[in-house]
Design a protein around this ligand. Structure first.
Ligand SMILES: [Zn+2]
Ligand SMILES: [Zn+2]
Length: 269
């Protein structure tokens, strides 16, 4: 396998209805989160020239159902290793959706340094969100540096530091503040989303981009857009303005919103 080469990214679903992503070269890869059924995953992979053999492990970001609903069935049917932190594995071991099948797939990531997963270097960093624990991942493979952080209440210095070294960043742009505040959610739910352990707004996502943009940044994928409190146009516009403010020359960063309920198709990174 060559040291540098083509790597692909694909989203199978992104948002409160389910989250699941693929990162790899088509033959070797990792699936991040298990929020779509195995049947949907298999079909979407096959429609894009992959099979269930195109990945060798699953990474888990946190234990909310839109990220782990189908993890138990992945374990039961595929027997692939599931990598996450010790804290999250303890939660998954007792969670009703995963407890029956996860024990034999359990692989705990080291707290410092990189783990080697499917020939990739994988590091995690903790982000603020109202799950048992929530992590983002920084993955190095074939000369590419890929960072994913979905579901975070606010950006941390550590997360910015990882994103500053990445050529591809997948980042939550959950809600537009005016749409959320003027929308149908209860006051309690609005506050849960806004506070520092909830979700990242378009504006917060944009200020993060202003902080981490660097000339080596090639791709930004906006993920976990709210169905009720956001539109792809608002999220896109907000981040595009941030790129311009940061000094990114037009056309040097490809910025995309990931679809909420359908597969995105492959992006070559
Ligand atoms: Zn989520
Ligand atoms: Zn969550």
């Amino acid at each position: 396998m060559s040291k540098s080469g083509m790597v692909k990214f694909m989203s199978f679903s992104s948002g409160s209805c389910g989250n699941c992503y693929y990162f790899g070269d088509g033959e070797n890869g990792i699936v991040i989160d298990a929020g779509v059924s195995l049947r949907r995953l298999k079909r979407a992979m096959e429609e894009n020239g992959l099979t269930l053999d195109s990945f060798g492990a699953v990474l888990v970001t946190h234990d909310h159902l839109d990220h782990i609903r189908h993890l138990g069935s992945y374990c039961k049917r595929l027997h692939k290793p599931v990598y996450t932190t010790g804290i999250l594995h303890r939660s998954l071991a007792t969670h009703s959706f995963t407890s029956d099948h996860i024990a034999s797939c359990r692989h705990v990531l080291p707290g410092d340094g990189a783990a080697h997963v499917c020939g990739m270097e994988v590091r995690y960093f903790v982000v603020p969100h109202d799950a048992t624990q929530t992590v983002g991942y920084a993955i190095s493979y074939k000369g590419h540096k890929f960072v994913i952080m979905t579901d975070l209440g606010r950006m941390t210095d550590e997360a910015v530091e990882y994103a500053r070294q990445a050529d591809t960043v997948v980042l939550e742009s959950n809600y537009d503040m005016d749409m959320l505040m003027g929308g149908p959610y209860t006051y309690e739910l609005k506050m849960r989303i806004i506070q520092g352990n909830g979700h990242l707004s378009n504006d917060e996502c944009a200020s993060a981009i202003r902080r981490f943009w660097h000339p080596g940044l090639k791709n930004i994928f906006l993920c976990h857009l709210s169905e009720n409190n956001n539109t792809p146009e608002l999220a896109y516009r907000c981040s595009l303005d941030a790129l311009r403010d940061a000094g990114a020359e037009k056309g040097t960063v490809s910025l995309r919103c990931l679809p909420r309920t359908c597969p995105s198709g492959f992006f070559t990174l």
